[in-house]
Structure formats: structure tokens, C-alpha cells
Design a protein around this ligand. Structure first.
Ligand SMILES: [Zn+2]
Length: 350
């Protein structure tokens, strides 16, 4: 099968590799149709990481079931599915209660199995396959991983009707967070430093947008919240922006408010300066959110699929670019240079 393998220098080489075989009776083989490029993937782009050389990456995917193991009952060949790639070791205390996003072996297990979307075929446990209704396209379904990350942040935040919410960062994650917060009945302000991204936030229902490069973010938040500050701030920018955006998030929160950390940290970000005295005296809660899993009895990805299918989440507007897998390097460049290309979600057709 065709697959994009990571090179030691952090680019990709499209080549032929052996097709994976179903390893357990409750697993499936699927033909990947669309895979997405996410912020986590971009952090490895053009980084010299010899340990990733010759590996297949990619963890946002939708496709068709081709073959099922003998114990599989929930899907059959021909079914269109989105595949959840958060797979733990199924043996630890956290996996036991479906909090596999916290599994200590999560990264290792998923990298060796289902997190291999940049290829024609992938194997996965059947329980990680969610059937797509006919009107949900593969491309749209590929965004369900992103939406699920936002869903987990929403659940941890305890958001309520009429809450005043600020979302920092109008990339894929932030625009998903915005839509979910709106669906919960909150008033939502979105901040970013790129105007076209803010324009998209407006089109997706933001009640207010602020370019924090050119405007005073805190002043705008106070105006938006009757001088109190936000009930909940979702940090969704992450990466190299984090030292600035996390401190901004704290300054946007009201006394007794919450900051939910959805964006990812760079590996070497060990110490970040924050106004700790203010955090303590104002009892601002910092809530870290890691990927997604189940909330109560429901898989968070299924919840997002339901919302997408009912039209309460818009994925189509976020898909700005599509490339064939052969152009994966071009696709990554486009996603990386988003200030030039206005890329939000870049899809790979496989
Ligand atoms: Zn585990």
C-alpha cells in the first residue's frame, strides 16, 4: 500500500509498504479516505527526530471498513466510519474506567497501531469506529478528532447557559471550541492575531472578536463582560504562543473564573511566568485538558458526531485546503505557513 513515511529530517517520503493485517478478532482493516493535519503533527514537521524516521504518522482520519475480525459486530465491510485514534493499553486503572486519554502508555500504543493515518490502510479496534450518517462526508468527519478535543475541554469547564466565554486562538481547535461553547448557550468572544481567522470566527457565530496584536485584549474582555472578566477562558492557541496566551488567559478570567488549557505545550516549556498571586487571591482555577475519551457513558467523539450530523457543528467552513497524499509535503508547508495561506484545516485525500 501507499504510505507517507517520516524521514529523519522530519519531512515525508511517499512510498510502498506492506499493508497491515488484522491482529485480533475484534479489530478491523479500513481504507483511509481522508486524513487531517493537526497542530501536533505540525510540531514534528521538519524537526530532526531520528526516532520517528520511517514511521507512519497521522491521527485524524475517516474511511471505509474493508475487512473485519470474526468477533466484530458493530461494523461491516463497506461501512463509512470515523476512527478514533486515542488508544490506551486497556490494562491500566485509567483505561479500565474509559479515561484512556490519561493512560500512561497512550502515546506508545497508538503510535504502534491506529495513529497511522497517512497511508491507504489502517488497522483499528472495532470499538474505535463510529459509523457516519450518509450526509456526513469523510472530509467533515476528519474534523471530529479536533471537535472532540474541544468537547473534553467543554465538559471539564462545567460551562453553563449564558456564561461569558473567551476563546484564545482561532485555529481549528479554537473554532471548534467556539462552536461548542455557542451550542451550550454561552456568549463567546474569540481572540487571535490574524484577521482572516477572526473573520471566520465571526461567520461561525462568535459574538465578538478581538485582534490582540492591534487591540487591548483585556480592555475588550472587560467591555464584553460588564467589567467582570470571563467566567471561562479556553486557551486554544498553544505551542510557541503559550507563554503569552496563558498569561493573557489568566488576565481575561474573572475573580472565581476558570482557565481551561486546551492548547498543547512545546516539549521544552517547563517554566512559564504567570501572575500566581493574582491567581490565588482571585481563586482562578487552571484546568488542564488532555485530548478526549468518554464523558460519563458517552464517547466524546460520538457526541461530536451527533452534533455534526444535526448541523450544530460546522466542519465544512474549517476545511480550507485539500491535497492528494502524494503532495503531503506541500500540504504540511501550507498548514505551517497559515499566516500566508490562511489555512485552517488541511485535508489529505488518500
Ligand atoms: Zn491504559
Amino acid at each position: 500500500m501507499k504510505a507517507a513515511l517520516k524521514t529523519a529530517k522530519g519531512e515525508f517520503e511517499v512510498t510502498d509498504v506492506e499493508r497491515p493485517a488484522i491482529p485480533h478478532p475484534d479489530w478491523v482493516l479500513a481504507r483511509v479516505r481522508v486524513a487531517g493535519i493537526c497542530g501536533t503533527d505540525l510540531r514534528h514537521w521538519k524537526q530532526e527526530e531520528p526516532q520517528l524516521a520511517c514511521k507512519i504518522m497521522g491521527h485524524e482520519l475517516a474511511g471505509e471498513i474493508v475487512e473485519v475480525g470474526e468477533a466484530v459486530t458493530n461494523v461491516k465491510p463497506g461501512d463509512r466510519v470515523v476512527i478514533e485514534t486515542l488508544l490506551g493499553d486497556d490494562t491500566c486503572d485509567w483505561c479500565r474506567v474509559q479515561q484512556y486519554n490519561l493512560c500512561p502508555n497512550l502515546y506508545k500504543v497508538r503510535m504502534e497501531t491506529v495513529s497511522r493515518a497517512f497511508a491507504e490502510y489502517v488497522i483499528a479496534p472495532s470499538k474505535k469506529c463510529y459509523k457516519l450518517p450518509g450526509h456526513v462526508s469523510f472530509e467533515e468527519a476528519t474534523l471530529l478528532d479536533t471537535f472532540s478535543v474541544g468537547m473534553h475541554g467543554i465538559q471539564l469547564s462545567g460551562i453553563k447557559l449564558n456564561d461569558k466565554v473567551v476563546v484564545i486562538g482561532a485555529g481549528c481547535i479554537g473554532l471548534g471550541q467556539l462552536q461548542l461553547a455557542k451550542a451550550c448557550g454561552a456568549d463567546v468572544m474569540v481572540t487571535d492575531i490574524v484577521d482572516p481567522a477572526l473573520q471566520l470566527a465571526k461567520e461561525l457565530g462568535a459574538d465578538a472578536v478581538v485582534n490582540t496584536k492591534t487591540e487591548d485584549g483585556r480592555k475588550k474582555v472587560l467591555e464584553f463582560t460588564d467589567n467582570r472578566g470571563a467566567d471561562i477562558v479556553f486557551e486554544c492557541a498553544g505551542g510557541s504562543a503559550m507563554p503569552m496566551t496563558l498569561s493573557e488567559a489568566v488576565s481575561f478570567a474573572r475573580i472565581g473564573g476558570k482557565v481551561v488549557i486546551v492548547g498543547g505545550f512545546e516539549k521544552d516549556q517547563k517554566a512559564l511566568e504567570l501572575d500566581w498571586s493574582h491567581i490565588q487571591m482571585s481563586e482562578i482555577s487552571l484546568i488542564p485538558s488532555a485530548s478526549y475519551s468518554f464523558w460519563g457513558i458517552y464517547p466524546e467523539m460520538q457526541m461530536c458526531l451527533d452534533l455534526l450530523a444535526k448541523g450544530k457543528l460546522n466542519a465544512r467552513k474549517l476545511i480550507t485546503h485539500s491535497f492528494p497524499i502524494d503532495d503531503i509535503n506541500k500540504a504540511f508547508d501550507t498548514a505551517r505557513k497559515k499566516e500566508e495561506t490562511n489555512a485552517v484545516f488541511v485535508a489529505l485525500n488518500i
